[in-house]
Design a protein around this ligand. Structure first.
Ligand code: RAM
Length: 499
């Protein structure tokens, strides 16, 4: 399908400018020691940021008589500094690893590194230098970039200090992912993914309230569909806005709840009207996967549906849940647009698919939902079918408790899937339990010193990486900013259980 230039132009007009802020390292660090060959220095900027490193280089002893050859490492989390790119053998490109080698011909010099990095720590290693002089680092600062304006951040108050800290880290995460678009991670992949966008948009409504930016991102997806009109999984902005050649069943459908959330937040009817065709097309394409009994067909193709970064997870039941969830949002949009016939038809389909889900995926013996031909039990399947409406509040909470007791249930590995896990508890009316899970999970990252929340966190396996090595993991990842949404929307100012 052709680009829709009208929607694209609207999108580009809605996207924000990036703001620049100068960040200097906190006082008291001694990175001024002169460096000879193999000399090394680490600078801790005291906070995570995204931007451009500036260095002022000087020397002692003789006039410099040869270029200086440096290696510069950037790290979001300190452990990245200990990892070696040479040992990484994963499937994702190691070009993402934030390490550079540069030659500086003339010293003294003031240099700005041309590439944007996401980091808190910088390590500078002198690979070679003439024996006639030593290098000094006379100054270091960062021109940090983000489109979020810190002065507009809505304050969050709670008597619980731990929650305040978790909220702060979540806001930092969102802040650093807000660039021209809502990026998934400023280290990697640095682009707009629809699954991440939904969660960022929700957190944004409670924090920076850059609602035009959400609208711009929705319009980008609608303006740049795949060949068959499907919303792509992600969009590149450079050199020209273009959709990636990847799409995923759940991600395309999540366009619909993202639009509905946006409308609820802003009342912007024009957006509903202009994106209505995109909504209908996503449902039409998704329904092509549904059989006569109302069940989404499974597939062996890796990545046909995302749900979580788990290779063992069977996606069929979860996909059915996402379809129901998206249909619920579409019915509301149709109602708002007075598309009564469409709303009625969608409701019929919803009832059919929901009834089918209760029959086909329910295992009466285990009293849990199962997925795929091997009848796999996972958290993701329970969560999505609950969110889709295949279980009521009482059934839902029993299911969530039962799956937690199940020995072999496929666990959740990303903060992305945890977001929906929390949402399922809230939908079942279990506010207190949702809060405890949030505290344990995101609090677990906070206890390990996170400045921003990570792309992956499996408390039982700190080395988890779907890419074949943690060196390419992202430690500031948009889809983990959920606490800023949940805490502010559901727990603000109120004492929970007397705390
Ligand atoms: C990761 C990206 C992004 C996510 C996709 C499915 O590689 O970083 O966050 O949406 O996977």
């Amino acid at each position: 399908m052709e680009k829709n230039t009208e929607l694209l132009n609207k999108a580009l007009h809605l996207l924000p400018e990036v703001r620049k802020t100068k960040i200097v390292p906190p006082k008291g660090q001694s990175f001024f020691e002169p460096l000879g060959k193999d000399g090394m220095v680490e600078i801790d900027f005291g906070r995570h940021m995204v931007g451009y490193l500036h260095l002022k280089l000087g020397y002692i002893n003789s006039h410099p008589d040869a270029p200086v050859w440096l290696k510069i490492y950037f790290a979001e989390s300190k452990k990245e500094l200990e990892e070696k790119v040479e040992n990484y053998d994963g499937w994702i490109c190691s070009g993402w690893v934030q390490q550079e080698q540069i030659h500086v011909d003339v010293i003294p010099a003031e240099i700005e590194l041309p590439r944007r990095y996401a980091f808190r720590y910088v390590k500078i290693e002198v690979l070679d230098i003439s024996s006639k002089f030593e290098l000094t680092i006379d100054d270091a600062y960062v021109e940090a970039v983000s489109s979020a304006d810190e002065t507009t951040l809505i304050p969050y108050e709670s008597t619980d200090k731990e929650l305040v800290a978790i909220d702060r880290i979540a806001c930092n995460t969102l802040h650093d992912c807000m660039q021209q678009v809502f990026e998934d991670g400023p280290k990697r992949d640095r682009r707009l993914w629809i699954g991440d966008l939904r969660l960022q948009a929700l957190a944004n409504y409670e924090t920076y309230r850059m609602n035009d930016m959400v609208k711009g991102c929705l319009y980008l997806f609608a303006a740049l569909p795949m060949e068959n009109g499907q919303v792509g999984a992600c969009v590149f902005m450079e050199p020209e806005p273009e959709v990636d050649d990847t799409c995923m069943f759940d991600y395309s459908l999540l366009f619909i709840p993202t639009l509905w959330d946006y409308y609820q937040e802003t009342g912007d009817r024009q957006a509903l009207e202009e994106l209505w065709l995109t909504v209908k097309q996503q449902l039409k394409l998704a329904e092509e996967r549904v059989d006569e009994d109302g069940i989404v067909a499974d597939s062996d193709v890796l990545g046909w549906c995302f749900l979580d970064w788990s290779l063992e997870l069977n996606k069929q039941a979860g996909a059915q849940g996402v379809l129901l969830y998206a249909l619920k949002a579409a019915i509301r949009i149709a109602g708002e647009l007075k598309e009564d016939r469409e709303a009625e038809m969608m409701q019929k389909k919803y009832d059919l698919y929901c009834g089918a889900a209760k029959k086909y995926f329910w295992d009466e013996k285990q009293k849990l939902f199962v997925s795929g031909k091997d009848r796999q039990v996972s958290y993701a399947s329970q969560v999505w079918l609950i969110l889709g409406g295949a279980a009521n509040q009482k059934e839902g909470i029993n299911i969530l408790h039962r799956v937690a007791q199940h020995q072999n249930a496929v666990r959740i590995v990303t903060p992305y899937m945890y977001h929906y896990y929390i949402e399922a508890f809230l939908q079942c009316g279990e506010k207190e339990e949702a809060l405890q899970i949030m505290k344990t999970y995101w609090g677990g990252m906070a206890k390990q010193g996170a400045d921003t929340f990570w792309e992956l966190y499996d408390p039982k396996n700190p080395e988890a990486s779907p890419y074949g090595g943690t060196i390419v993991n992202s430690y500031c990842h948009a889809w983990s900013c959920a606490p800023a949404y949940f805490l502010r929307r559901y727990y603000t100012g109120k004492l929970v259980n007397g705390r």
